[in-house]
Design a protein around this ligand. Structure first.
Ligand code: UDP
Length: 256
């Protein structure tokens, strides 16, 4: 097999040229980083789990009419995606106070927010992804007002849908980060969901015990990171399909 041309390497994923124009291959690494890559580790199996969890989320979201970049999963670590021009914003939706919101505003972690909050950070590692307002976004033209309308309404729909999906498996969706891209098809341009949706980009707490089932286990040295991601996949029913191929490994037991 010929080696694919690498387009971009990020902290947790690599993008390769796809088999057809307008497509890319997204490869999920086991690398974990936090605090603007000051903290690093390799977590065996994380990439495989995130590939599966993101596939599941994107497929479900497409099913309720939320367009996204996912086309199909290719193997354990790779998925075929639509090529987009990434809008340089991290779109964060919060239902419960945690992380940087708690730190910034002094609101205790776990406090239910009166309504879902949408925040934006500029995607810029050198600056540490600073929080920006819609005023900044408009002034510097990072996204058009029309794109912002689509981004906000889609982010809230994603939140409603995913909150329900996780609640059904006894998981509280505390907050999450999504990214959007401009997809060009002939003369047509639309804004679609891109990147990934996984426990790397969401805060997920067990409803009863408040146990963290997400990347905070890594950020806060709680241990059991892949076990927690495996638990999320198991609750979503992803690991139960193991009859279909040898590529689905239950990392809690190591059994295929
Ligand atoms: N998040 C992310 N990538 C980032 C920053 C945040 O996926 O570069 C996610 C994070 O996992 C959490 C949500 O966005 O689910 C809100 O993160 P927060 O602003 O609280 O920042 P953090 O505490 O992670 O620095």
């Amino acid at each position: 097999m010929s080696r694919k041309r690498m387009i971009y390497e990020g902290k947790a994923k690599i993008l390769y040229e796809g088999p057809e124009p307008g497509t890319l291959i997204q490869y999920f690494k086991d690398d974990a980083t936090a605090f603007n890559a000051e903290k690093r580790a390799v977590l065996d199996g994380k990439g495989v789990l995130n590939n599966r969890i993101s596939e599941f989320m994107m497929t479900r979201l497409a099913g309720v009419g939320i367009p996204n970049h996912f086309i199909k999963r290719l193997n354990m670590r790779e998925q075929l995606i639509r090529k987009v021009e990434i809008i340089p914003l991290e779109v964060i939706v919060r239902n419960t106070a945690a992380g940087s919101l708690s730190k910034r505003l002094g609101i205790e972690e776990g406090t239910a927010l009166p309504r879902a909050l949408v925040e934006f950070s500029l995607k810029n590692d050198e600056l540490g992804d600073p929080l920006v307002s819609e005023e900044h976004i408009a002034a510097f033209n990072w996204a058009s007002p029309q794109e912002m309308d689509e981004i906000i309404s889609t982010a809230l729909r994603v939140n409603d849908f995913m909150s329900g999906l996780f609640a059904a498996v006894n998981i509280k969706l505390v907050d999450f980060k999504i990214e959007f891209g401009r997809h060009f098809e002939g003369d047509l341009q639309r804004t679609i969901l891109a990147d990934e949706i996984s426990p790397d980009s969401c805060r997920l707490w067990d409803f009863d015990t408040q146990e963290k089932l997400d990347k905070d286990r890594f950020r806060r040295d709680l241990g059991g990171v892949t076990e927690a991601y495996t638990e999320v996949a198991r609750r979503l029913g992803i690991l139960k399909e193991s009859g279909q191929g040898a590529d689905i490994v239950d990392f809690s037991t190591g059994v295929k």
